[in-house]
Structures are given as structure tokens and as C-alpha cells.
Design a protein around this ligand. Sequence first.
Ligand SMILES: Cc1cc2nc3c(=O)[nH]c(=O)nc-3n(C[C@H](O)[C@H](O)[C@H](O)COP(=O)(O)OP(=O)(O)OC[C@H]3O[C@@H](n4cnc5c(N)ncnc54)[C@H](O)[C@@H]3O)c2cc1C
Length: 357
Amino acid sequence: MVVGAGLVGRACAWQLQQRGHQVQLLDPGLNGSPDPNSGSWAALGVLMAQVFHRSSGRGWRLRQRSLSLWGDWRQQLGAQGWPLAWRPGLLLLASGADDLERQQRLVASRQRQGLPLELWGQTQLDALAPALPAGAVGGLYSPADGQLDPAAAMAALLADGLRLGLQPICDRAEQLERHAGGWTVHTSGGQTLRADAVVVSAGVASAGLLASLGHNQPQEPVLGQALELELAAPTSWDTPGPWPGAVVWQGVNLVPQTNTGDPGSGRLWLGATLEPGDQADPAALAHLRALGGAAPAWLEQAAVIRRWQGHRSHPIGQPAPLLAQLEPGLLLASGHYRNGVLLAPATAEWVADQLEP
Ligand SMILES: Cc1cc2nc3c(=O)[nH]c(=O)nc-3n(C[C@H](O)[C@H](O)[C@H](O)COP(=O)(O)OP(=O)(O)OC[C@H]3O[C@@H](n4cnc5c(N)ncnc54)[C@H](O)[C@@H]3O)c2cc1C
């Protein structure tokens, strides 16, 4: 049983099915009204693997593995009639000398690893339209990183899971109990469900579910707000040259929206704020909207057509993500903080590996 049907839970369920397991997926949001605090429905889907600041260790390995698995998963899901649009390319802008120096070090390190990262100078940046923030003094371009639509990925994983016999259960886990040879899950709807193994992927709520079993895995919410903008003059995307993918300015993602693969639709996702706690702060949103005072004129003039928010699950006292076999048949797959979309496939693979006989 997988508890929690965010992107991580759906990925785990699907991967377990690929390995021949019969899977129940438990989440009250499976009735089509997802939890408004869910991280996955709020995510922008930017996958930052190659531009990660480290070059070794668990975080690096998970990112590399996940980026590669997303390529395989896109093919597999596409072959079943669930194509996932992939917008390749990520341009991280440098806003000062320190940023530039960091980027130069990263490029040198990646080149030693044989990975394709490029430094872009002012002339290359000036050739892009619409104009980048005036303070950009250089950029790091990663052709292998990119962006996919998390909602489409979630729909695809669920639909293909159902095709493979997934049992969706629209209810909330309230209590987990060990019993001889497996686990009992009591739900708020009064159901008593049995499973040989349980994967807890309920985001921030995972900590509470595990506490009654004596497992201390504290996590806190970090709220993120995001916006969809409609540009006043969509044609400006095309002249003189469109962006090479999503652009990142001081930690904020600017993600061109298009159905055609050409970033010229005139719509853009902008996000996300980083707000400890679960209360949205209008000042943080205003700061995002203005790109911290660096918004070019075209961005200032764009109309806000949608605003949304969600919680990231941030582990307290441990590095993200929390991947642990807490007891035989009890797995935790949560606490992905800012990278759950990127890390979902590698997480699912780890979970499935733990349950191999
Ligand atoms: C604004 C924003 C932008 C982001 N952008 C990116 C990005 O660009 N790239 C990236 O990689 N990551 C991004 N993230 C982070 C990413 O969204 C999360 O890391 C990821 O979605 C976590 O997925 P999850 O499945 O673990 O948790 P969630 O998506 O939060 O899902 C948890 C699920 O558990 C269910 N649940 C809770 N309690 C119970 C219970 N008791 N019983 C059953 N079910 C329960 C909930 O209903 C929910 O469906 C972003 C996050 C936010 C908020």
C-alpha cells in the first residue's frame, strides 16, 4: 500500500506495479479534489540535476539517476498513450561576480565529468527575447535539464497504474499498526485495510502517521506561491531569439508555457516563493511578482491570470529527501522539499529495490 498520491506516491505505486506487485494507493484526494496543500499540484516541474552545486554524494546520485529515469518514463508512458511534454534547457542567470565565479567552477567540474554545461556571456543573453533582467551579467546553460508538467505526469502515472490494476482508495490513513506478517491501516472513513508493506509518501503528514509507531521523522511545511502570467505582447518572445528553455533568476523560475515546444505562446509561470510555515504572505507574492525589483518592463506589464500555492515538505535535522526502511515492510518516501518532481523516479526505484525479496 502506498499512502499519499502526490507525485512521489504515484511514482512509487507505478514503479512497484512494474515490478509485479499488487498496489493499493490511498489518498482522500483521489476523488478529483486534491489536497490544496499538496506540493505536487503546485509544482513548476523544473528538473535541476546537472546544475546541482555538488558533484558527488547521495543527492547528486539521486538527481542524476532521476533525470535519466524521467527520460525512460516519458518514453514508457508515451508508448501507452500518455505523452509528457518535455521542455529541455535551463538557463541560470548570474546576478553578480560571485554568481559568475560559482558558475565557472561548476562548468569546469562538469566538463571534467563529461557533462554538457555552457557559460553564456552578455552578448548571448542580450540576443534573447523577451529581455532578461537587466542585472544579469552572465548565465549557465544546461541543455540536459528542463521542465515537465507535474499535473500531466501525475495524471499519466495514475492512468497507467489503473491500466495495470492499481487499486485506488479514496480515504485518509489515520493510523498504522503492525500485525503478524504485515500492516493494518485504519482510515478516517472507517476502513481497516491490510498490506504486506506500506510506503508512507504523505508529504508533511507523513511525520504524524509514523509518530504513533515510535518513529521520529519530523518535517515542516515551507509554503510556495506561484503565478501564471499572460504577456501583453506575445510576439516579443520571437524576436530576436526565444529563450532556450526555463530561466532562473535569483532562485525564481520563469517557465515559458507552450503546447508546441516553441516558447512563444505568451504565457509564463513564475515561481515560487519560499515561505517557512503554512500561511501565504502577500508581501512574498508581491516580491515574486516584481522579481525582487528586477522585472523587465514586459514582465511588469504582463497580466496575472492565475495564482496558486502548495506546501513543500522540509525534513527537520536531516537532509532531503527522507528515504528510509523504518521497519521491515515500512518505508518512508517523503521530505523532498524543493525537488520532489525531479526526484520522484529515483525515489520510486529506491522503494521498489527495498521490497525485492
Ligand atoms: C510552489 C511549488 C513549486 C515547486 N516547484 C518544483 C519544481 O519546479 N521542481 C521540483 O522538482 N519540485 C518542485 N516543488 C517541490 C515538489 O512539488 C515536492 O517536492 C513534491 O511535490 C512532493 O511530492 P509528494 O508526493 O511527496 O507530496 P505531496 O504532493 O504534498 O503529496 C502528499 C499527498 O499525501 C496525501 N495525504 C496527506 N495525508 C494523508 C493521509 N493521512 N492519508 C492518505 N493520504 C494523505 C495528500 O492528499 C497528498 O496528495 C515545488 C513545490 C511547490 C510548493
